[in-house]
Design a protein around this ligand. Structure first.
Ligand SMILES: Cc1cc2nc3c(=O)[nH]c(=O)nc-3n(C[C@H](O)[C@H](O)[C@H](O)COP(=O)(O)OP(=O)(O)OC[C@H]3O[C@@H](n4cnc5c(N)ncnc54)[C@H](O)[C@@H]3O)c2cc1C
Length: 447
């Protein structure tokens, strides 16, 4: 049985005799997916077929082929994996309210299930779909280990306020997943999907190329995770903050597209029983920090604007608006890595060429954007624009929270006052130099 605290009835309705339909959105995987398992549970109880659908929005928050390609290849794997379980998969394209309501009519859908997402645009899609349909509509938190709406009912101030709540609830929610069951044969046949045609039909930016160092999809996600456990985990605690070395897990693109479950990662990490310091810090990032970001985006609708910062940060940044900046760059200069500083330029190039900037450099990168733009609003706009254009894991609550932390002190505390930053925590090149071999990092991108 799926813990009912993961499930929320978004809208009541009247069931028909048709299939149960899972509208997969954030959690794009077949296994370890509470939303799919919940959909299957009701399908089996009610002796109804189960269908999975995914709706592609042809232009989503200015995503590029780098992100769309990663997602579409993952979906292609889902299509063939679901077939093994006799679960038909459908791919729709267009506005979710129009496409999904039309699909439900065609298939006589009896119950609609979707997965939880704290971002504004996803909540609007669900609201619009709900308006068009008359069947029950459920939402299942399949992304967080402790469901976002169960751990807290308010905006949390910082990691130290949410941590004890998460740790207490983990005992209840860190359970092993049941396996997906094979459904009986159904007369509902999936459409044959022309993946190449779909990829070419999306109206997106094709200039930001796909990357080949990280293979998309559920199988590759698990493989990458196993590689991390075997080869990097032992030194994760010590080396994860060294951008000249490769000791992070590289799981964020997979977690972002839901191609791997954070709960599976946490369960296997515990079973692995490796270096205890690494385990503690990795699970802190994977669970506490990641779930804090969902809390931030769900309970603060201004997660991507200056208004979303704490009052102390807004006051302080306002007091420093007129401070003279040593350098002011345009968005194009930032984008083309044309600042005066080789370390910042290297971070930008890491993101542009690989689609994944090292975590330590993301903080440095965003803080320097605050220092070198005319206003905190410009800084926020620039950082979100570049992050979401180039990072494979962009458009994620972690991104909005990370940028708001760097530029607006969200989840942080007030520090010593200084020009431009006010009381926002400052980072500089000397600090980076003491931490790691910056020449070696820069050399990777300007060798
Ligand atoms: C300015 C800025 C922008 C960021 N943009 C994004 C983004 O667009 N997408 C994104 O997923 N993350 C973002 N982050 C958070 C973090 O930097 C990345 O999640 C991390 O570097 C991803 O690499 P990894 O999976 O190899 O990390 P690992 O160190 O292996 O961590 C494992 C997982 O823990 C979680 N995690 C790690 N660090 C953080 C953090 N600081 N906050 C929340 N969760 C964390 C992630 O889910 C990550 O995949 C941003 C941080 C900052 C400061």
């Amino acid at each position: 049985m799926i813990n009912e605290k993961r499930v929320r009835l978004l809208q009541k309705g009247n069931e028909t005799n048709g299939p149960i339909i899972y509208w997969m959105s954030r959690d794009q995987r077949v296994h370890d997916n509470w939303a799919l398992l919940f959909s299957q549970q009701i399908a089996l109880e009610k002796k109804k077929p189960l269908i999975v659908l995914f709706n592609i929005v042809p232009d989503f928050l200015e995503a590029t082929i780098r992100q769309y390609g990663f997602m579409l290849k993952g979906l292609q794997e889902i299509d063939s994996e679901l077939a093994k379980y006799n679960i038909p998969f459908f791919l729709l394209a267009g506005k979710p309210d129009v496409q999904i309501s039309e699909f439900l009519k065609q298939k006589y859908g009896s119950v609609l299930v979707s997965d939880f997402d704290p971002l504004k645009i996803k909540r609007i899609w669900k609201r619009d779909v709900a308006r068009e349909i008359a069947i029950p509509f459920y939402e299942v938190d399949a992304h967080n280990i402790v469901p976002c709406l169960s751990v807290s009912d308010k905006l949390e101030f910082a990691a130290y306020t949410i941590r004890p709540k998460i740790h207490k609830a983990l005992i209840e929610f860190m359970d092993e997943f049941p396996s997906l069951k094979k459904m009986g044969k159904t007369e509902i046949a999936s459409d044959k999907i022309d993946w190449v045609k779909i990829q070419n039909s999306v109206k997106i930016n094709f200039d930001v190329k796909e990357v080949d160092w990280l293979k998309p999809g559920e199988t590759s996600a698990l493989k990458s995770f196993k590689y991390f456990l075997k080869n990097k985990f032992e030194n994760y605690y010590e080396l994860r903050n060294d951008p000249s070395r490769d000791y992070q897990s590289n799981l964020s693109p997979y977690l972002h597209f839901g191609q791997i479950s954070a709960q599976r990662v946490a369960l296997e990490t515990q079973k692995f029983n490796g270096n205890k310091e690494s385990e503690k810090s990795f699970l802190e990032e994977l669970i506490v920090r990641k779930e804090l970001s969902d809390n931030f985006c769900y309970f603060n609708k201004n997660y991507d604007s200056f208004e979303g910062f704490h009052q102390w940060a807004k006051t302080s940044l306002n007091e420093h608006r007129k401070d003279e900046r040593d350098f002011v760059y345009t968005i194009e200069q930032f984008e083309h890595a044309k600042t005066h500083e080789d370390l910042w330029n290297a971070a930008q190039m890491e993101m542009v060429t690989t689609g994944k900037m090292h975590g330590y450099m993301r903080m440095y990168w965003a803080k320097k954007i605050l220092e070198w733009t005319k206003s905190p609003e410009d800084a926020l706009r620039t950082a979100i624009y570049l992050n979401d254009k180039y990072e494979i894991d962009g458009r994620d609550p972690n991104g909005y929270a990370g940028i708001a932390w760097s530029i607006g002190g969200v989840h942080d505390r007030a520090w010593f006052e200084r020009p431009v930053y006010g009381k926002i925590r400052y980072m500089n090149r000397n600090g980076a130099e003491k931490k790691f071999d910056i020449k070696s990092y820069i050399g990777k991108f300007f060798g």
